[in-house]
Design a protein around this ligand. Structure first.
Ligand code: THU
Length: 162
């Protein structure tokens, strides 16, 4: 028997940063500050990520590029790995991501790359609770996703290894 199945997900779209609630604005502001400290001399594409931990602390990261390009790392992984390193086992409530280019205006919400989705999914799967994701460019609307799993349907996780 063949079944057709549709995989879809809901997001919340805010017209602009100032439509976010206070907690959302605080988290996204931290990502913007992190973005402004990005080290991206090769792409001129600055990304900031902020991770809201279960104890209320916000951990920030930004992209760190390298003259040997593949040695660099995206903002999201810098932030989430730092969160994992500082607070092993602590739940992560949300991540905010923002991007800005020195060459053009990023007015669409910045989408995390596939590697970062996979990296974040590891923590979400382990904690068994969803991580909310806020996405923003430099200007324009903000998208809120309810979980990382929504952004990585049919994802790979440790259950396959058992
Ligand atoms: N980048 C991120 O930091 N996060 C993403 O999800 C996409 C891309 C960085 C990597 C590189 O430093 C620059 O943006 C251009 O790809």
């Amino acid at each position: 028997m063949i079944n057709r199945k549709k995989i879809s997900f809901d997001v919340t779209v805010y017209d602009a940063f100032n439509e976010l609630n206070d907690a959302g604005q605080t988290l996204m502001s931290a990502a913007v500050k992190a973005r402004q400290r990005a080290y991206a001399p090769y792409s001129s594409f600055n990304v900031g990520a902020s991770v809201l931990m279960d104890n209320g602390e916000i951990i920030e990261g930004n992209n760190q590029e390298n003259a040997s390009y593949p040695s660099g790392l995206c903002a999201e992984r810098v932030a989430i790995f730092y969160a994992g390193a500082k607070y092993p086992g602590m739940s992560i409530r949300a991540i905010a991501i923002t991007a800005a280019s020195l060459n053009h205006e990023v007015s669409e919400p910045a989408a995390p790359c596939g590697n970062c989705r996979q990296a974040i999914s590891e923590y979400e799967f382990r904690q068994g609770e969803p991580i909310r994701i806020l996405l923003m460019g430099e200007t324009g609307s903000v998208i809120e996703c309810n979980s990382l799993a929504d952004l990585l349907p049919l994802g790979f996780n440790s259950s396959f290894l058992n």
